[in-house]
Design a protein around this ligand. Structure first.
Ligand code: SIN
Length: 490
């Protein structure tokens, strides 16, 4: 087993964290966590089963009474203490991300700041879960609206942002007064456990923040989506799994928030600032080696600027540097696993066979080709090819030519996904028309990166429902209670 060099070695944990205790799985079952860059074994982590998950739900349920009854200010203080510890140990946390997930260290550090920003933001929002007083239509009465914590929240989080997707879900829930049971991805449990070490140090009471590590996704997912004591399930992952979890949630009429797959269009109109568009595309497309739900997937470029844009983009793509995330100046890491790599290869090969041109492909000789996929620029891609219908989740830019606004809006919306869209243009009329016509939860106008704790992140159509971040992110975890006070006298 490789040891990960950390300034604070106790941040490396391989036991689950439930009810304020570090615990092994029943029969000491474990699953292996590997470095995607090398295949080295990093840890054998406790493999909790359905029964152990049920215990975590019970612990959270028990913690609910206390956690929801302390003051919002007290919850805020716990979160602020946790925020400070995360920032203090950001180098170690980033190293854990890079080793288990593969992203370059500089990006991993960026992710820790991003993750911490949710903790800080919701520490502040905790104090702002206001109620309302509504003018009553009846004499001698008042109408009150209370906002109360929904109850135990379960979260199933993905491997592409091992820290930020946990804090983006857990901290609004905690701020609202809800204990959480989190099942991190089996690919990246180590960052989640390190966050739990710091949550414990920040003094979060037992049962309030639980990490159920497990390789038994179906069994654990079933408990979290059907248990009557789980009030809400918040999931980020594939649309297929999200649909299954939603069906399971129906058995207890459980509220859910679903952040599912995307198929982001990135449109470059002929009046765009092309250099800015190339900058934006590089951010959107190649962040996390192309493995985000909001990565540009279909790049539509208008006729008149197509060749110029393709040339400028090729120059930038050829500057990308592949390698292990811990090495200097690396901008693209490995893909998360063999399944991910095979999918990207299949989509690119099929596109080229159907007539797409491979304009640029990085040279990755010297790297393990079973782990790294070369940065690739495809031109002459046609709508209808599989690469335009599935999420690529890899460092491949697929350029599609278009001629007019109506045509590109129709093509951009021609998908069941509706998470994020981007476009570059300068004409103000066009900007308004296009932003309103795009059927997406998030639109970047002349922007390639929009994620922030202060804005609502989430999709429409089969990209899911519910919003994360901003004050909307906290409302997800608050139930509305209408209270009528009558007989108060006139
Ligand atoms: C995601 O890929 O699901 C998250 C991306 C982001 O937060 O920017």
């Amino acid at each position: 087993m490789t040891s990960i060099k950390l300034a604070r070695s106790d941040l490396f944990k391989n036991q689950a964290y439930v009810n304020g205790r570090w615990q092994n799985a029943p029969a000491a079952a474990t699953f292996a966590v590997h470095d995607p860059a090398t295949g080295e074994l990093l840890a054998e982590v406790a493999d909790l089963d359905a029964a152990a998950t049920t215990q975590a739900v019970a612990a959270a349920r028990q913690a609910f009474a206390h956690w929801s009854s302390i003051t919002a200010k007290q919850r805020s203080e716990y979160l602020l203490a946790w925020y400070q510890l995360i920032m203090q140990h950001s180098d170690d946390l980033a190293m854990l991300i890079t080793r288990e997930q593969g992203k370059p260290l500089a990006e991993a550090k960026g992710e820790i700041s991003y993750a911490a920003s949710f903790v800080q933001w919701f520490a502040e929002e905790a104090k702002r879960a206001y109620g309302e007083l509504i003018p009553s239509p009846w004499p001698g009465s008042r109408i009150q609206v209370l906002r109360q914590p929904i109850g135990v929240v379960a979260s199933i989080t993905p491997w592409n942002f091992p820290a930020a997707m946990i804090t983006r879900k857990a901290t609004p829930a905690l701020a609202a007064g809800c204990p959480v049971v989190i099942k991190p991805s089996e690919e990246t449990p180590l960052t989640a456990l390190a966050l739990a070490v710091l949550a414990e140090q920040a003094g979060l009471p037992a049962g309030v923040f639980n990490i159920v590590t497990s390789n038994q996704a179906a069994a654990v997912g079933e408990v979290l989506s059907t248990h009557p004591d789980v009030a809400m399930l918040s999931f980020t992952g594939s649309t297929a799994v999200g649909k299954l979890l939603m069906k399971q949630c129906a058995s207890t009429v459980k509220k859910s928030a679903m952040e599912l797959g995307g198929n982001a269009p990135f449109i470059v109109f002929d009046d765009a600032d092309l250099d800015a568009a190339v900058d934006g595309l590089m951010q959107s497309k190649f962040r996390n080696t192309g493995q985000t739900c909001v990565c540009a997937n279909r790049i539509f470029v208008q006729d008149a600027v197509y060749d110029n844009f393709a040339n400028k983009l090729q120059a930038r793509v050829s500057e990308l540097k592949h390698g292990q995330g811990t090495a200097d100046n690396v901008t693209l890491g490995p893909l998360i696993n063999r399944g991910g790599l095979d999918k990207v290869s299949r989509l690119v090969d099929a596109a080229v066979q159907a007539g797409a041109e491979c304009r640029w492909r990085a040279d990755i000789n010297g790297l393990d080709q079973q782990r790294y996929y070369p940065a690739t620029l495809l031109t002459n891609v046609q709508t209808g090819m599989d690469i335009t219908k599935e999420e690529i989740f890899g460092p491949v830019a697929a350029l599609i030519r278009f001629s007019n606004e109506q045509e590109v809006i129709r093509a951009a919306n021609d998908t069941r996904a509706g998470l994020a869209a981007y476009f570059y243009a300068r004409d103000i009329g066009r900007i308004w028309r296009v932003q309103e016509a795009l059927e997406y939860g998030i639109v970047g106008v002349n922007a390639g990166l929009f994620s922030t704790e202060v804005a609502p992140f989430g999709g429409v159509k089969e990209s899911g429902h519910g919003r994360e971040g901003s004050h909307h992110g906290m409302e997800e975890f608050l139930e509305i209670k209408y209270v009528l006070h009558a007989g108060l006298g006139e």
